[in-house]
Design a protein around this ligand. Sequence first.
Ligand code: HEM
Length: 121
Amino acid sequence: MRGVSFWFVATGSVFVTLGMLGGIAMSISGDHSLAPAHAHLNLVGWVTMALFGVYYHLVPAAADTTLARAHFAIAAAGVVIMVPGIMLAITDRGESLAATGSLLTLASMLIFVVTVLRNRT
Ligand code: HEM
């Protein structure tokens, strides 16, 4: 695996490692209040990122593009911004970071929709 596929899967595997550590911390402390942040880190940061990585691996023509590299940057930034944003929102410290991260995450998915449609064979 190389290029953007590698970066999606590698970054996603770091995200899920952090998500698991957060899950273990929740279990040990008995405080599950940040469970939505944990869920989004694992599902958007790992499952979604890994699916993007596998797609780009299976469709190399889609991977060797500036759009694919932008897709990776926007998807990763979305997770990095949205997950702490959810933590802030849950703890009543504002929702603007969560909103920014969620818009980046939506943009990432829209790029993926365009990519899939463009690379129909
Ligand atoms: C070491 C691994 C993990 C641990 C220890 C862990 C732990 C936890 C804990 C303690 C909760 C809160 C449960 C509750 O309050 O009802 C939770 C919720 C959740 N976890 Fe994990 N988890 C792990 C991995 C994962 C992974 C890999 C995923 C997804 C790919 C995942 C997805 C979720 C989801 C969707 C929820 C529900 C969140 C919610 O109700 O708001 N978790 N997890």
